[in-house]
Design a binder for this molecule. Structure first.
Ligand code: SF4
Length: 461
């Protein structure tokens, strides 16, 4: 019985490192001197995990800092590596590492909050990886244990079982949860079977209400709310640390960890640059400098300037999306559904501010009359189409407020901007200006007509 209790306490903090139990563990830790030291206990647990692949020493985290970085590495590998092997990271789902894992979570929070923006790719990867870890750790539990842990954690987080959707407004506002995921009754979220049966029991004629509860709500909504709430709380925790960090001196170990995180993310981004910039005509082409000679006629015409009719759409919708994707993520249509932001590829916005925007602004200037002369608000619309909200300039703080607008198809261009479409031979083989660009760029490189070699993504970091 006592053992069960201890086990549950460990599990609570393993799923939610921000829980009271988790905070207690961190308080006991105290100093940061040994963050990078070999941790024999951790190594022992990892190497004795029955499923863990121990054939390569690289796979074994040796210290708290190592474990913190491995959490991020696991998430990126899992998302991008088609041959991902679960057993390379089996220990991350083993609750025996709970104590070290909680400490590494708090170290990551410190390092990320004090060194990066809240909307940076580092912050996003950390929060998303936490969500994914929760999901996978819950799946590993026995059904009863899983139910008990989810209910305990939800009770800790919500207090009152009849939560109002207003309580979850942060989650809805940040699009972590959709109201359509939830069952609502006069503004209250229905989570309990009893409430569901009392409220809707007489509405089902052909099926038993408790069976309907399992289908409509079941445990999955509870787990979804729990996961998203912990992700939201992790984000709030980062904000809190950031606010406090201006008054505290950052420990060198935390700065060193932040460097390690960036290095790992950059390394993996380079490894999976194919994910961000896949092939030209069946060949292999990574992202690289823009090659204007490969622009399709509609884009070349827009860059030269457009006269008043269609000027706004040509610059804001057509050119902004084309230039940004051609430069940063030419493979968007081969990876549709993937949620990529500009800063995933251009973390400090160096390329966006120095290459992409100048080209768009120059084209806007070439219009007659120059676009911003009579319509200065279009700068805000360009920022918005890059995913940085309704602001004058892109800023990491605002990224995600709007969506990064994907390039228009030829069909749409022909319909809305027919004056720009002057198809040539290459146009016969494509359905989108971006595909034209990849194909033409590949052809030029094949013929040696461009100096640009296949470039490595690391140039962007
Ligand atoms: S066919 Fe497509 S790529 Fe070619 S000019 Fe027309 S819109 Fe542009």
């Amino acid at each position: 019985m006592i053992n069960d209790k201890i086990n549950n306490m460990v599990l609570l903090s393993f799923i939610n490192p921000l829980s009271e139990e988790g905070q207690e563990i961190v308080k006991k830790k105290g100093n940061l001197e040994d963050v990078f030291y070999n941790n024999d206990e951790l190594v022992y647990i990892v190497t004795h995990d029955k499923r863990q692949n121990i054939s390569d020493d690289y796979l074994i985290p040796k210290s708290y800092a190592d474990l913190a970085i491995k959490r991020i590495e696991w998430f990126i590998e899992r998302k991008n590596n088609k041959n991902f092997i679960n057993d390379d990271y089996s220990y991350l789902l083993n609750e025996e590492i709970a104590e070290a894992d909680i400490i590494s979570f708090h170290l990551l929070s410190q390092a990320i909050a004090t060194n990066f923006n809240i909307n940076s790719r580092e912050s996003r990867l950390f929060v998303e990886s936490q969500g994914k870890l929760i999901e996978e750790r819950l799946v590993k539990l026995m059904p009863n244990e899983r139910k008990e842990i989810v209910n305990s954690l939800l009770n800790q987080l919500i207090f009152d079982e009849k939560i109002s959707w207003i309580f979850l407004k942060d989650l809805v506002a940040s699009k972590k949860i959709s109201l359509t995921d939830l069952v609502l009754d006069e503004g209250k979220i229905i989570l309990n079977k009893e409430d569901f049966i009392n409220r809707f029991g007489d509405k089902f004629r052909d099926r038993a209400p408790d069976r309907m509860y399992d289908i409509i709500i079941g445990d999955s909504i509870k787990e979804l709310i729990l996961t998203k709430m912990i992700m939201q709380n992790t984000e709030n925790y980062l904000k809190k640390i950031k606010e406090m960090s201006s008054t505290i001196e950052i420990h060198p170990a935390i700065s060193k960890l932040a460097e390690g995180i960036t290095k790992t993310i950059n390394k993996l981004n380079a490894k999976y640059s194919d994910y961000y910039g896949p092939s030209g005509q069946d060949g292999y082409m990574k992202i690289g400098k823009l090659i204007k000679e490969a622009f399709p006629p509609c884009i070349a015409n827009t860059v030269e300037g457009v006269s008043s009719g269609g000027r706004n759409d040509a610059i804001v919708l057509l050119l902004t999306s084309f230039i940004s994707y051609a430069r940063l993520y030419p493979g968007i249509f081969k990876n549709e559904g993937v949620d990529v932001k500009v800063s995933d590829i251009d973390p400090n916005l160096t390329i966006t501010l120095n290459e992409i925007l100048p080209l768009i602004y120059e084209a806007a200037d070439n219009c007659s009359p120059p676009l911003f002369e009579d319509q200065p608000q279009e700068k805000i619309n360009i920022t918005s189409k890059l995913g940085f909200g309704m602001h004058n300039n892109p800023d990491l703080e605002n990224e995600g407020e709007t969506k990064w607008y994907t390039p228009m198809s030829c069909e749409k261009i022909k319909m809305h901007l027919p004056q720009l479409c002057r198809p040539d031979k290459t146009c016969e083989k494509i359905g989108n200006p971006l595909s034209y660009y990849s194909r033409a760029k590949w052809e030029l490189q094949k013929q040696g007509k461009t100096k640009q070699k296949v470039e490595n993504q690391t140039e962007n970091e």
